[in-house]
Design a protein around this ligand. Structure first.
Ligand code: TRP
Length: 335
């Protein structure tokens, strides 16, 4: 196996609709500090987005917006590899090979597949079921050691591990078996309308989520409308799921500890508390939005970043795929 000086990190987000505050606090925000310690590869997984019906022009727009957002969130293209999945054709090709390794039964059991099948009952396409195999390809192509993702993706990383181990056992040691890197403060951010559900970008109720595209007034309005718990006390606990969620958002955005936050809101009502949460969220989100906007206006810069990123990614991916093709018994093309 290729020796690397630093451990490698790989992660990705789909350019589908809005990126929520939950995606940011639970995943993307944690990517920036990892750059100092690891060899990081961050991918905009556009092929994954095709598993639900997309409007092509919107997909293109969302993809560039997500590229700019990565950079605005502190991904430094001179430190990390930043690229678009479809620019590196090996992802789809390795997915085919891994399709012959993954079992229908295990894909059928994936929670996200079952959820999405329910939500998109008119379009349960093969891609939706194969989604975790493409994700395994993303990870295994780069011999990634650590995968920083939100809790909802842990099952897919487990599947990636199973597929890697099965392949290694059948064809000799080939893939690094990756581990999930769960952020310590990464409690998942819940829906503002139903604290038993995660804040999801595909929630049909727009008031349930804060999008990184929302302006300050919208953020404030959504937080004011957020559901609360029965008593009026601002404290966290299993019996206070709605306020706990708002406190989590507050502490993650303000940097204030949970106990200090609870103390500072003692005797204050939910109205004042929600406004403070809104201020904290806005102070995090608006500089990112300003930077994203500036970057989107500089198309030449973004294209340069993507060109370099795709070259760096292809270099690694092509070596892995060639090795895999050889191991499974495909004849190398003569050039
Ligand atoms: N499935 C992930 C999500 O929805 C996105 C993703 C695709 C990903 N490929 C990946 C995440 C590889 C980490 C590594 O959030």
């Amino acid at each position: 196996m290729e020796e690397q000086a630093r451990k490698r990190v790989f992660s990705g987000v789909q350019p589908t609709g809005k990126v929520t505050l939950g995606n940011y606090l639970g995943a993307i925000r944690n990517w920036q500090p990892l750059q100092e310690q690891y060899d990081c590869i961050y991918c905009v997984v556009d092929l994954h987005s095709l598993t639900v019906t997309q409007v092509p022009a919107e997909l293109r727009k969302n993809t560039m917006e997500l590229v700019a957002l990565y950079i605005a969130c502190g991904i430094d293209p001179t430190k990390s590899t930043l690229f678009i999945q479809s620019h590196v054709h090996e992802h789809a090709e390795l997915a085919w090979i891994l399709d012959t390794i993954a079992y229908v039964g295990e894909l059928n059991r994936m929670t996200q597949f079952k959820d999405k099948s329910r939500k998109h009952a008119d379009n349960i396409n093969m891609g939706l079921m194969n989604y975790p195999v493409l994700m395994a390809s993303d990870i295994l192509l780069y011999n990634a050691d650590y995968i920083p993702v939100g809790k909802d993706q842990v099952q897919h990383v487990e599947l990636t591990r199973d597929v890697a181990q099965r392949f290694n056992a059948r064809y000799s040691d080939t893939f690094v078996v990756p581990q999930t890197l769960i952020n310590k403060s990464g409690q998942s951010i819940k829906s503002l309308q139903d604290p038993s559900a995660k804040m999801s970008k595909s929630d049909p109720n727009d008031n349930a989520l804060i999008s990184l595209n929302d302006d300050a007034d919208t953020i404030r309005r959504k937080l004011r409308r957020a559901v609360t718990d029965s008593d009026t006390c601002v404290r966290h606990g299993a019996d206070k799921p709605a306020i706990t969620n708002l406190l989590n958002i507050y502490t993650l955005c303000s940097g204030v500890s949970m106990s200090d936050a609870e103390k500072s809101f003692e005797g204050k009502g939910y109205g004042e508390f929600k406004d403070a949460v809104a201020d904290a969220v806005i102070s995090v989100v608006s500089p990112i939005q300003a930077e994203q906007k500036r970057l989107l206006a500089d198309k030449a810069y973004l294209e340069g970043v993507l060109k370099t990123g795709a070259e760096q990614a292809s270099y690694i991916a092509s070596k892995t795929l060639a090795k895999v093709y050889r191991k499974v018994g495909l004849i190398p093309r003569v050039r």
